[in-house]
Design a binder for this molecule. Sequence first.
Ligand code: MG
Length: 172
Amino acid sequence: MRIGYGWDSHEFKDNLPLKIGGVQIPFSKGLSGHSDGDVLLHALTDALLGAVAAGDIGRYFPPSDPQWKGADSTIFVQEALKQVHRAGYAVANVDSTVILAEPKLGPHSVKIQARMAKLLGIRASQVGIKAKTPEGMGTDHAAIAHVVVLLAPRPAKPRRLRKATWATERST
Ligand code: MG
């Protein structure tokens, strides 16, 4: 088993689309960043990479590279998942907490859970989504996400008999 942890934060800015967990959420502000600012998918990416000691999001997608400007953050998750599979692991479960003053994430949590499960190729019951308000933290202008992932060894593919083997067996 392997465990991974990721953390990220982005600042709210006026008139930007708000994306959290790959889901567009109606709100007057969005999260600014070099990509689409999806704080939850960035934390998930780092948790996946961290679990297989494969560096962090900046190593694969440096903010200095103009090709990631406005990028859909699902690309980052897909690359991290590739690294997880390459290392011989599969995602057992994910848990997350998003900390933001508004909007309320509760009404969108089922959609976010389904979206993240689909991205990871797992069931919704393997993805935890929790939202908190930043009581006393003074971070009302930002969204913060924490994600942990648990990885289990990938089951080996069943071996298939080769045609040659069949031929030998039938001739005896
Ligand atoms: Mg980020």
